[in-house]
Design a protein around this ligand. Structure first.
Ligand code: 13P
Length: 249
């Protein structure tokens, strides 16, 4: 049985004060016996405060990216060792905003994924097709390409230390959620592709759905066989809606 996971991706939002308030509200709103794991991927500058707040609680901390090197002349990057000092347990890699706005390639994403794993942080590998790619019937080809970049670079066994987030680009921040059938179809495809190489890893792998998840649609999405939770953008910026999504998991 896979344990559900809900991760909030705060992206580039908030102030020091508002982010402190938000994490405290989320932490106090979590039920003692909540039956899913919960994490928040906060902006880098919010990590120190968040780390102190979540210490000794069930709420976990993550970053929104991680460097493809241990240390050195990499201006603007943050290494896995730096994140570990603040007890980050997760790092997003390959978010579509990184791929599209910052032109991160499959190769670079695979390197970031590699360094997260080597440093003991769970990479949350984000994959998904654009609107145009879906219309052209290329959804599975895009998934294959993004997934195989990582498998070729780090091996199939690395997926026992990773989480995958299927985030169709057309559903991110658009209010246009994938239907539970559409999401389940791709999640099952991802799991089957991995199962063809290692059935045990595929069975245990957590695959999250992301893209306009809201309290109103979370339960139905999370109820599908291969959807193990969510990666939540906008709705994770309000404690009420994020907690409602957690309760749906
Ligand atoms: P939204 O939930 O705002 O659509 O964002 C999804 C996302 O990009 C999470 O990483």
């Amino acid at each position: 049985m896979r344990r559900s996971l809900v991760i909030g991706n705060w992206k580039m939002h908030g102030t020091r004060t508002s982010n402190r308030e938000l994490i405290t509200q989320i932490q106090t709103g979590l039920n003692e016996g909540q039956n899913c794991d919960v994490a928040v991927c906060v902006p880098f500058t919010a990590i120190p405060d968040a780390s102190a707040t979540v210490a000794n609680s069930t709420l976990r901390l993550g970053a929104q990216n991680v460097a493809n090197a241990e240390q050195g002349a990499y201006t603007g990057e943050v290494s896995v060792g730096m994140l570990s000092e603040y007890d980050c347990q997760y790092a997003l890699v390959g978010h579509s905003e990184r791929r599209q706005i910052y032109r991160e390639t499959d190769e670079l994403v695979a390197e970031r994924y590699e360094y997260a794993i080597k440093g003991g942080i769970t990479p949350v590998l984000c994959i998904g097709e654009t609107d145009e790619e879906r219309e052209q019937g290329k959804t599975f080809a895009v998934i294959d390409e993004q997934l195989s970049a990582v498998i070729n670079h780090c091996g199939i066994d690395s997926l026992s230390k990773a989480v995958i987030a299927y985030e169709p680009v057309w559903a991110i921040g658009t209010g246009k959620t994938a239907t539970p059938d559409q999401a389940q179809e791709v999640h099952a495809y991802i799991r089957n592709q991995i199962a063809a190489q290692n059935a045990d890893i595929a069975e245990k792998l957590i695959i999250l759905y992301g893209g306009s998840v809201k309290p109103e649609n979370a339960a139905e999405l999370f109820g599908r066989d291969d959807i193990d939770g969510g990666l939540i953008g906008g709705a994770s910026l309000q404690a009420d809606s994020f907690l409602a999504i957690i309760n749906a998991a």
